[in-house]
Design a protein around this ligand. Structure first.
Ligand code: BDR
Ligand code: CA
Length: 312
């Protein structure tokens, strides 16, 4: 049984990812959920995490983290996730009571790590601000981290600029710190999430028939898919679910490559570009396992079955 902390910025695909993660207590015990400013501001993402955890009947401890990236000011993605970050479904109003275990995600994760006899994995589906600060402030905890499964970056196209993916673009300094940390990392970038692990509109529509959780998931995904279609996309990427499923079902990912990755910190369209060093004589500055392909239909089945599993 794995022990897992999920660091996220819900965010519609984060919400789907967390829903999938919490559907598998037989594989992973979620010992914490932490939030960070990203898709929308910190107060909204924390509120959304409370709404979702309440809706799913979870008791996972929740901590809020950093509101702003390490260096630059936050940029959000309300045009994709809606003004409050999880638009499309009217969640019951009782979530305000969901307790906040801490308002310091860094000490929260630190304490979980040092007090655990087993190593803990982290799934990070947002700008890496919390995780970078954890690793810089408490470098000794690296030994207690089993693996970090990240959604972020791309070895091909970007989505914020031609080269930069949102999470890496919002906090490139944090991404570089995490990549250079020496902790084992598996990366789901846009090269996987957009090009290989996408869902079709028909697949998304089928989610509404998967019970009460299916209705919630399909309602928020309808909002998200419309925004993606408006942007010109025809295949819908559920980015953050890739990071979660790469941990829960690694056998579905059929191709990967280890690269040393540099993150661009220039203030232009390359800010946040995650560039893999493909030279045969590349120095091993860091080693990141980059996922490059997936059995798409098995991936989609896994996601749908996870949602369906909530049905009593
Ligand atoms: C990433 O950016 C966010 O908008 C999504 O939640 C995902 O984590 C995709 O680039
Ligand atoms: Ca996210």
């Amino acid at each position: 049984m794995k022990k897992v902390i999920m660091d996220c910025d819900p965010g519609i695909d984060d919400a789907i990812a967390l829903t999938v993660l919490l559907a598998h207590p037989e594989i992973a015990e979620v010992i914490g959920v932490t939030t960070v400013g990203g898709n929308v501001k910190l107060n909204y993402v924390t509120e959304n995490a409370k709404k979702l955890l309440t809706f799913l009947g979870s008791k996972a401890p929740l901590a809020s983290g950093q509101a702003e990236p390490l260096v630059k000011e936050i940029e959000t993605a309300g045009e994709i996730h809606g003004k409050t970050g999880m638009e499309g479904y009217d969640f019951p109003k009782d979530s305000a009571k969901y307790p906040l275990a801490s308002d310091n995600a860094i000490t929260f994760i630190h304490d979980k790590l040092v007090n655990s006899s087993d190593p803990i994995s982290i799934v990070a589906t947002a700008p890496l601000t919390n995780i970078a600060l954890l690793l810089k402030t408490f470098p000794d905890v690296k030994d207690k981290i089993e693996h970090i499964y990240i959604m972020g970056g791309s070895t091909l196209q970007g989505n914020i600029t031609l080269a930069s993916e949102f999470n890496a673009y919002v906090d490139p300094e944090a991404a570089q710190i995490v990549f250079d940390s020496g902790v084992d990392i598996t990366l789901s970038g846009l090269n996987l999430t957009e090009n290989k692990a996408y869902m079709t509109m028909d697949e998304i529509k089928s989610i509404k028939d998967l019970g009460e959780v299916g209705v919630m998931a399909s309602s928020i995904l309808d909002f998200y898919a419309s925004a993606e279609i408006e942007k010109g996309m025809t295949k819908i990427p559920i980015h953050d679910a890739c990071a979660v499923i790469s941990m829960l079902a690694p056998e579905l990912f059929t191709k990967s490559e280890n690269y040393s990755i540099d993150v661009s910190m220039t203030n232009d369209q390359f800010r946040g570009m995650t560039y893999p060093d493909r030279r045969v004589y590349a120095e091993e500055k860091n080693q990141v396992k980059v996922l490059e392909d997936v059995d798409r239909s098995a991936f989609v089945d896994y996601l749908l079955n996870s949602i369906k599993s909530y049905e009593k």
